[in-house]
Design a protein around this ligand. Structure first.
Ligand SMILES: CC(C)(COP(=O)(O)OP(=O)(O)OC[C@H]1O[C@@H](n2cnc3c(N)ncnc32)[C@H](O)[C@@H]1O)[C@@H](O)C(=O)NCCC(=O)NCCS
Ligand SMILES: Nc1ncnc2c1ncn2[C@@H]1O[C@H](COP(=O)(O)OP(=O)(O)OP(=O)(O)O)[C@@H](O)[C@H]1O
Length: 195
């Protein structure tokens, strides 16, 4: 059977990491693109220097790390700035994902929030979309990150509509209910032959 590379995606806070933990619990390596994106802007790197050059030293914390909330306010309010930032980060993320595919044997999961938006679908052999209604998505995001309603709306508007991702999915994981309902869906999806 061909090697499975699962592209795990969804909307912001729909439950990708929660599903990713279930896969990891079953021994499947899970690579998190959000963590790779954080590596790309680590202190001392060229991406962080470029960000400071463009937006000024307000982009740095006292410790010299990226001031993520300051940058988020800029890029989620302006698509041109968001695209500029992505052009600094996504090539690094893509190369790191490719390297992970090459060094890992067997089934692998790439957890990529922007799998569609960043044009990374070619890296995976099947696409799983974790989906939930707008109301729990909003409530979970608010509870976890304490973002304002306006900031939440801006982030959601920066991503493809979830319905479009669901339409293009090989597997849809419904996360409207209790987290316990995810386990059976993950088991079912894994039991399917590769798509
Ligand atoms: C703007 C930044 C600094 C804000 O950091 P913050 O800690 O507030 O958010 P974090 O990185 O944890 O992301 C949380 C979620 O926001 C959403 N998100 C992040 N970047 C983007 C983006 N460019 N477009 C749409 N949604 C995004 C994703 O759903 C992600 O899971 C950060 O999100 C960033 O560097 N974004 C650009 C890199 C990127 O595109 N990352 C996505 C994975 S490749
Ligand atoms: N079924 C559920 N019921 C209640 N809370 C949930 C459920 N699923 C996830 N959560 C909570 O919602 C929040 C978002 O879930 P999670 O972090 O898995 O989403 P994500 O898609 O990985 O988010 P992001 O896009 O920000 O990376 C977390 O605080 C998580 O504990």
């Amino acid at each position: 059977m061909a090697r499975r590379v699962i592209g795990l995606t969804g909307g912001i806070a729909t439950g990708k990491s929660t599903v990713g933990r279930l896969l990891a619990g079953r021994g499947i390596p899970v690579i998190d693109a959000d963590l790779l994106a954080r590596e790309a802007v680590a202190p001392g790197g060229t991406a962080l220097a470029a960000i400071v050059h463009r937006y000024g030293s307000a982009m740095l914390t006292d410790a010299g790390a990226l001031n993520r909330s300051a940058l988020a306010r800029i890029v989620f309010a302006d698509p041109d700035e968001r695209h500029w930032l992505e052009s600094r980060i996504h090539p690094f993320v893509r190369a790191a994902l490719q390297a992970a595919i090459e060094r890992t044997a067997g089934t692998l999961c790439l957890m990529i929030p922007l799998l569609f938006e960043a044009g990374m679908t070619d890296l995976v052999t099947e696409i799983w979309v974790v989906s939930c209604e707008a109301e729990p998505q909003h409530a979970r995001l608010k509870k976890r990150d304490g973002l304002s309603d306006e900031a939440i709306a801006a982030r959601i508007a920066s991503q493809w509509p979830l319905a479009e991702k669901v339409r293009l999915a090989d597997v849809v994981i419904d996360n409207n209910g209790e987290p316990a309902h995810l386990e059976r869906q993950v088991a079912c999806a894994l039991a399917q032959a590769s798509i």
